[in-house]
Design a protein around this ligand. Sequence first.
Ligand code: HEM
Length: 404
Amino acid sequence: MDAQSIILHLLTPEGRADPYPLYALAHELGPVAPAGDGLVLVCGYEAARQALRDPGLGADSGLTAWGGDADSRPSLAMLSRSLLVADEPGHGRLRASMAQAFTARGVAALEAGIGRITDALLDGLEKAGGSPVDFMDAFAFPLPAHVICDLMGIPPADRARFRAWAADLSAMLEPVPGPADLDTADRVAAEVGRYFTDLVGARRAEPREDLVTAMLAARDQGLLRDDEELVANLAILLVAGFETTTHLLGNGLRLLLDHPGAMAGLRDGTVPVQGFVDEVLRYDTPVQLSNRVALTDGVSVGGVPVPAGTHVVVLLGAANRDPAHYAEPGRFDPTRRDSRPLSFGGGAHYCLGALLARLEATVAFGRLPARFPALTSAPGAEPVRRDRIFLRGHEVLPVVPNGA
Ligand code: HEM
């Protein structure tokens, strides 16, 4: 199969449900595969690592080039004001406007709170006992939602609406979002914009110890140009900081259910929890791709020239299963050492929340196996994958906490 067919298959429901056989075919084509129409697929680990760090490749327009026109789409207009797709000049100041919340020190200070939230959610699972419960609903969504909302300063009463907002908004990150999904994202972008505009107004009147207040101060220092830019970056934090971690937790739990040895290993300490989290990030990568665009001629990726304007799709999920980099890449092995998956990207856009996401997952998978040693899949209720390729995760993941 050539690279063009691989990308077309990736965009089908079957490809979205299980992209890994397609990635295996892509590896046979080499680390970098031109796919026609000014498109290049990067699936080799080293080539992906290099592409993410190459200043000749910009993040700007990579997403909107496939998805539509930022001028006519409020959701894409919001995205285009965010750090996720900003190049220099601009990216550095946008990132600095929020970075202080995500330093090692800042994140370490959240650990006790994350432990408390985790324990409360595990208490909730305990109540379900021998009855089926949806892990996504009961744990994977509420934990990161609670953490990011507390960090940003979003009142607890408003948390519930963030799940639907984040899910609807993240549709705009799909490589080829459907017009109906983009219409929904446009409507939600307007709602989220109004919500954050009001919240910013409230914090301006009465500052608090939260990220919205900190970003207001950054706006006063000139790191953010105007309120529109402030609101767009708050909205992107909502998408980037919450659903991603939700799917790390869901994908991790699914792997635990499928690999009882890993569950037992986490309990008796033979599987290190950090190693388990790394292997989940590698084996079933929550963010499957990063988009780049060649800013000038003369850029090459893995030795393949990419002329100005070429759209470079860095398939993180494929790079994490590169047979030239990982022994037996299709085997889930939580005892792998020094695996360093590319799941948080790399270079200037390296995930700002990587430490936070890792901490949440480490706390969750550090506690869950000990409290629920008999946790199993719910009989007769199949897990349902989300029909997305950019964010890979589950819609529904039925489990019985105390065993069926
Ligand atoms: C960027 C993955 C959690 C905030 C990224 C990128 C990836 C990623 C791959 C790079 C995108 C690119 O280069 O095109 C993940 C995964 C997560 C996660 C897999 C969870 C498992 C979080 C959390 C936050 C966050 C918890 C914040 C609370 C961000 C931000 C960016 C980003 C702000 C943009 C950085 C920039 O453009 O400079 N993330 N992320 N992420 N992530 Fe995460």
